[in-house]
Design a protein around this ligand. Structure first.
Ligand code: COA
Ligand code: AMP
Length: 630
């Protein structure tokens, strides 16, 4: 089948296309309604189908001759551990842990927050929640207590699952005090916390609330899989929007399982028994889709790597793992390869490893810049494929479907739309733009399976955030263009979301925190180019009248404030004082213009500008502080 034939079928006859793909799963009840509308008028997939995602990821393989195949390889250079877990062992561990949660009253539809480092137990917890038909919400370990508290209040989890610590290279990060602080801060209180004690740090337990993971499992009765409807939620994953409040992206069971299973063969070209490694974290969407659900639904072996691309112990870490476990597909963010390139520019360490099993390297999470693309291809000698996606979709919107037909790549492009995604470039009035013209990237409805049907508890936010700018389309928040061959080039966000080391962050949220400092009258936080992390946030701060504070002193206080509120992962390291900010006459800060100045781009001064001199002031400040890149 050619890519064009497959893609056209998915767009012209979506119900027939996805109805056929759904048959690839062992539903308890096959769906008859393939595409229907929900109470909000949103397109939903497989509404009357019944399934259990954890059953499909584990029990199904145990029952179909793969009980002894390896499901998870745990490789942790930071703790010196390695472990292999078969599908049978994992199924049993998950059933037992589901029993632990059930004993705490967790039932279908209840929420469970998971705040864990990269260990197999994080996957066990996610799959156990899914087994009970409950809804997990994983919070990335790099987030601070405040961020965790916001998510607890929004998701209202009956139980929270966590560990005593995570390990960042050689630094032990104690999770339990952060969890305790978050629960203290949140208005909503979970009834229990299940804590995995790690030898690197012992957590102090709170009587009556905290339960020791190992003791609880030792006494647990295994729990069975609970059937759920195709449209019942599997998880909520919070992601950064343009305000301080993160958006709870809801993922349903049916559409997600169908899209995951389909993507493993069609995009990544892997099958049961193959080793698939997404070097990411379960706290991000890449981790949900391609460390946990995608590979396990397809019967592949997934790798849980608790380490970094560099310094654990060196820039050969990725290649060592690829050789040791015969990895067929490696997937990570461009920033990881830039980190490797920085330490091993000629890729000398690669020569120490046998990469003959590695077929393809996939990248996502941020734009794959052509130098990183060329470098990775040259040093590995493998095809490198960029693909573009978002937490909201759960899988790639554009990419190269290597299991259908590999198209010739073009550096700087995420190739072509994936089956089901009708990708259009729109002008501000919502007209579809011709090839070569840059505009907003929007997806014509209906969206394919797995895409979010709402924001948790806030349908209105979903509607206004994604569906109203261009009626009939989902607005991605990214800008870009298509070329004459239909290849899509993603040029970056059109809103206040930035990508730092492949981590999605909100500059709006950082502004709210910076503006809270008693010396600050007003501020703008923008993302500027960074050679390693892609972007880094910089704060431009206007002081209150009469305030006299040393710039360095203020910078270190603001850096500490953002780190405390959002977490180390925000990478907010620079804040400079300015005496005016460029604004429109109605008082809107011209952040896009500031970004263009910082990126050394040409810009047009808008007629609505209030104080044109402010632009040269900002340019001077940026230049004095070495913030202008090109
Ligand atoms: N728990 C606690 N802290 C964490 C954390 C976690 N799970 N993850 C990151 N942090 C901390 C780091 O220790 C660092 O703290 P520091 O400021 O005290 O040094 C801070 O958050 C920033 O982390 P990061 O931006 O990841 O920088 P880094 O220098 O530690 O690593 C890379 C840089 C490029 C090696 C790393 O980001 C990476 O491997 N990224 C690519 C893979 C990826 O995660 N992609 C995500 C989506 S695909
Ligand atoms: P997240 O929801 O964390 O996956 O972040 C999604 C955002 O990351 C997208 O809206 C893009 O801005 C960016 N992104 C992800 N993958 C790519 C890619 N391959 N090319 C360009 N930008 C990307």
């Amino acid at each position: 089948m050619s890519y064009q034939a497959e893609y056209s079928k998915s767009i012209n006859t979506p119900e027939a296309f996805w109805g056929e793909k759904a048959q690839d799963l062992a539903w308890y009840k096959q769906p008859e309604k393939i595409l229907s509308k929900d109470e909000n008028g949103i397109d939903r997939w497989f509404a009357d189908g019944e399934l259990n995602t954890a059953y499909l990821a584990l029990d199904y393989h145990v029952e179909n001759g793969r009980a002894d195949n390896t499901a998870i390889i745990y490789d942790s250079p930071v703790s010196g551990q390695k472990r292999k877990i078969s599908f049978l062992e994992l199924r049993d561990e998950v059933a037992k842990f589901a029993g632990v949660l059930k004993a705490q009253g967790v039932e279908k539809g209840d929420r469970v927050v998971i705040y864990m480092p990269m260990m197999p137990e994080a996957l066990v917890a996610m799959l156990a929640v899914a087994r009970l038909g409950a809804i997990h919400s994983v919070v990335f370990g790099g987030f601070a207590p405040h961020e965790l508290a916001v998510r607890i209040d929004d998701a209202e989890p009956k139980v929270i699952v966590s560990a005593s610590c995570g390990i960042e290279i050689s630094k032990v990060i104690e999770y339990k005090p952060m969890l305790d602080e978050a629960i203290e801060k949140s208005a909503y209180k979970p009834s229990a916390c299940v804590i995995l004690q790690r030898p690197e740090a012992k957590a102090t337990m709170i009587e009556g609330r905290d339960i020791d993971w190992k003791e609880a499992v030792a006494n647990a009765e295994p729990a069975d899989c609970v059937p759920v409807k195709g449209t019942d939620p599997l998880y909520i994953l919070y992601t950064s929007g343009t305000t301080g409040k993160p958006k709870g992206v809801v993922r349903d069971n049916g559409g997600h399982a169908v899209a995951m299973k389909y993507s493993m063969k069609s995009i990544y070209n892997v099958e049961a028994g193959d080793v698939f490694w997404a070097a990411s974290d379960v706290g991000w969407v890449v981790g949900h889709s391609y460390i946990v659900y995608g590979p396990l639904l397809a019967g592949c072996t997934t790798i849980v790597y608790e380490g970094k691309p560099v310094r654990t112990p060196d820039a050969g870490a990725f290649w060592r793992v690829c050789e040791e476990y015969k990895v067929k597909v490696l997937f990570s963010a461009p920033t990881a390869f830039r980190a490797i390139k920085k330490e091993d520019p000629e890729g000398k360490l690669i020569a120490n490893y046998d990469l003959s099993n590695l077929h393809t390297v996939f990248m996502a999470g941020e734009r794959l810049d052509p130098p990183t693309y060329h470098w990775t291809m040259e040093v590995t000698g493998k095809p490198v494929i960029d693909h573009w996606w978002q937490t909201e979709t759960g899988w790639a919107i554009c990419g190269n479907m290597t299991g259908i037909e590999t198209l010739p790549p073009k550096a700087g492009s995420a190739t072509v739309p994936i089956s089901g995604f009708n990708v259009q470039i729109l002008d501000p009035d919502g007209n579809e733009l011709p090839a070569g013209e840059q505009g907003a990237i929007a997806l014509k409805l209906p969206l394919p399976p797995s895409c979010l049907p709402t924001v948790w508890g806030d349908y209105e936010r979903f509607r206004t955030g994604y569906l109203t700018d261009y009626p009939g389309y989902y607005c991605s928040g990214d800008g870009g263009y298509k070329d004459e061959d239909g290849y899509v080039f993603i040029m970056g966000r059109t809103d206040d979301v930035i990508n730092v080391a492949g981590h999605r962050l909100s500059t709006g949220e950082m502004e709210e925190i910076v503006a809270d400092h008693p010396a600050v009258a007003e501020c703008a936080v923008i993302g500027i180019n960074d050679p390693l992390k892609g972007q880094q946030p910089i704060g431009f701060v206007l002081l209150k009248n009469g305030v006299d504070i040393d710039g360095q002193q203020l910078e270190s206080e603001l850096v500490a404030l953002v780190r405390k509120e959002i977490g180390a992962v925000a990478c907010f390291k620079r804040a400079v004082i300015v005496d005016r900010l460029p604004k429109t006459r109605s008082g809107k800060i011209l952040r896009k213009l500031m970004r263009q100045i910082a990126d050394g781009q040409d810009y047009t001064v808008p007629s609505t500008i209030d104080d044109p001199v402010s632009l040269s002031v900002i340019e001077d400040v940026m230049s004095e502080n070495g913030l202008i890149t090109s």
